[in-house]
Design a protein around this ligand. Structure first.
Ligand SMILES: [Cu+2]
Length: 603
């Protein structure tokens, strides 16, 4: 499959040509950035231990680059303009050469501007030197992405400029709680219709949605889906890669169980699930065994439910499968939004729907006692009385109280496994001091996680409450026999944001305001992420794997991308065994561009 040639020394050589070409969906034609005329870029397939030479020629009118995502390689081969090299000028050829130390499913993409979203992403598969701990008779790469006919840079500008959306959202929430204090809950709630008239941004789930995007599977839209053929009874391996610029997907194949065998290219203890969430840039390899002589839908629903990518697995070409219904738009919970602490028996502001409805307007769901009970596992409280003591956002009202219920927890989130999610939550909505918590991070941040904890046992917002067995990070256990010394020190990285201004960063700072994070060559560090924002951020480290401290008793899974949930505190261990300056960033392209990016300097 790979277009590789080889040199007399056995080095695999591939020529890759970056260019523009038309990309069509239905009657719509846009300009894509392609490699060798293909979107996605062609599959590159090599063997572990092989030396490879990738000669990349840029035929665009602007600078370009290719980064080999998740690959352990010499620093100058990493392909990040401004960090590891200058980038590839128009007309220039850059030769990447490095040995492949690892096995697994990875991918490659541009690290320049928004070229990645416009098509410059492709799969990179490294066959292992050792036999794998599982067998299969057929395999497919499944690449998920989010295509836009808009200019992504203009979308970013719009997100920055249309801050009034989220500005409104923030002021409105503040106003709401002020009103609750002043006139009681009932009257305030009666005014909820007014809320519907206000324009509110769905950015608490996703910055950009199906309105702007077409979701693709192997470059094909849902209307004309990609198809993979199988013989009933065969075991099929799917190498699923989320190469979307800014979209997380929930993946399932109705009628089939999926056995997860690799995460981010590395073997894990097999886990059988019916659905799993993929943060942007993550990969999962799954085995499926379709036994029936029928077609199955490979359904990758966006986490905001605004669309889906679709594929078909079938015994013969031309067969179609039933397409699942999209689920209801998920609701961020109080825990996600900073209202985690409430006293039992009080009427709960159950959950708020901050998304745009089908009408483009906003509604607020939740609030019924029954719903509250469903979410908290508590008995239904008496009918919602007026007043919401404890819900005003003054310092006293929000002061963390004694052990308390968790109003916002969806049942799945309040899963009794460890109860850890009970205290996840944020204070805030505006800068300055909120809920008695001081905003330590300045104008680049607008919320504070009140008592963040690991949510590794939770499937994530809007997932896992319909009876399916869903993968959680806690399930991931590495298969390798690695045993590593404990970390020598801890680095805390606060994941921060100011939605009002569409600033994203760490510790309240954009990349341009930051200093590199210094690591001593060879040292072991624990990096603790505290997410003060209301969004998931898929955090990606270049050059080194992160060992995810997910609470397993087994060997920690290796990840190149760790999706940190809203209000979550979770840590990774890193051995600084690769010299040089390495990029570390949120893999949501719009967040990365807005500043959620750091340089890790290993010297
Ligand atoms: Cu992010």
């Amino acid at each position: 499959m790979s277009p590789a040639g080889s040199t007399p020394t056995g080095t695999a050589v591939v020529d890759l040509l970056i260019d523009k070409m038309d990309f069509r969906i239905g009657d719509h034609v846009g300009q894509a950035v392609t490699v060798n005329g293909s979107l996605p870029a062609p599959l590159l397939r090599f063997r572990q231990g092989q030396e490879i030479e990738l000669r990349v020629t840029n035929r665009l009118k602007e600078r370009s680059s290719i980064h080999w995502h998740g690959i352990l390689l010499p620093n100058e081969m990493d392909g990040v303009p401004g960090v590891t090299f200058k980038g590839i000028e128009p007309g220039e050829t850059f030769v990447y050469r490095f040995p492949l130390k690892q096995y697994g499913t990875y991918w490659y993409h541009s690290h320049s501007g928004m070229q990645e979203q416009l098509g410059l992403y492709g799969p990179l598969v490294i066959d292992p030197a050792e036999p794998e701990p599982f067998t299969y008779s057929r395999e497919y790469v499944v690449m998920l992405s989010d295509w836009t006919f808009s200019d992504p840079m203009r979308l970013l500008a719009k997100l920055k400029k249309q801050s009034n959306f989220s500005n409104l959202q923030q002021r409105t929430l503040g106003d709401f709680f002020d009103d609750v204090s002043a006139q009681g809950f009932k009257r305030t709630w009666a005014g909820r219709k007014e809320w519907g008239k206000m324009r509110m941004d769905p950015s608490d789930i996703a910055d950009l949605t199906g309105t702007y995007f077409n979701y693709l599977l192997n470059g094909r839209p849902a209307a004309t889906p990609w198809m993979g053929v199988f013989n009933p009874g065969e075991r099929v391996r799917l190498r699923i890669i989320n190469s979307a610029a800014t979209t997380h997907f929930d993946v399932r194949i109705p009628g089939l169980k999926m056995t997860i065998v690799q995460a981010d290219g590395q073997h894990v203890k097999p886990v059988e699930v019916e659905e799993f969430r993929m943060g942007a840039a993550e990969t999962y390899d799954v085995l499926v065994e379709p036994t029936e002589d029928r077609a199955y839908s490979l359904f990758a629903e966006t986490t905001d439910r605004s669309g889906y990518a679709l594929g078909t697995l079938a015994p013969r070409e031309g067969m179609t499968a039933q397409i699942p219904e999209r689920r209801k738009r998920p609701l961020r919970t109080m825990a996600d939004m900073g209202m985690a602490e409430m006293k039992p028996g009080e009427p709960a502001m159950g959950k708020m729907d901050m998304g745009k409805g089908e009408t483009g307007k906003t509604d607020m769901a939740g609030m019924s006692a029954a719903e509250h009970a469903a979410m908290t596992g508590n008995k239904p409280a008496s009918p919602p009385p007026g007043g919401m003591a404890g819900m005003n956002h003054s310092a006293s009202g929000m002061a963390p109280a004694a052990p308390s219920i968790t109003p916002g927890m969806a049942p799945s989130m309040a899963a009794p496994k460890s109860g850890a999610g009970e205290h996840a939550g944020m204070a805030g909505m505006s800068g300055g001091s909120v809920a008695g918590m001081k905003n330590q991070f300045g104008p680049g941040n607008s919320m504070m996680a009140m008592s963040p904890v690991s949510r590794a046992h939770e499937p994530g917002t809007g997932l896992g409450d319909d009876g399916r067995r869903v993968l959680v990070y806690r399930d991931l256990v590495a298969l390798d026999g690695r045993s590593m010394p404990p970390p020598e020190r801890e680095i805390v990285m606060n994941v921060t944001g100011n939605m009002e201004r569409f600033i994203w960063g760490f510790d309240g700072k954009k990349l341009s305001e930051s200093e590199p994070v210094a690591l001593r060559f060879g040292e072991r560090v624990r990096i603790t992420f505290i997410n003060h924002t209301m969004m998931e951020h898929p955090l990606h480290l270049h050059g080194m794997f992160m060992e995810l401290e997910n609470g397993t008793d087994g060997v920690l899974p290796l990840k190149h991308t760790v999706t940190v949930k809203p209000g979550e505190k979770i840590s990774v261990l890193v051995t600084a065994d690769a010299r040089g300056d390495w990029a570390f960033h949120c893999h949501l392209a719009y967040h990365m561009d807005a500043g959620m990016f750091r340089v890790f300097s290993v010297v």
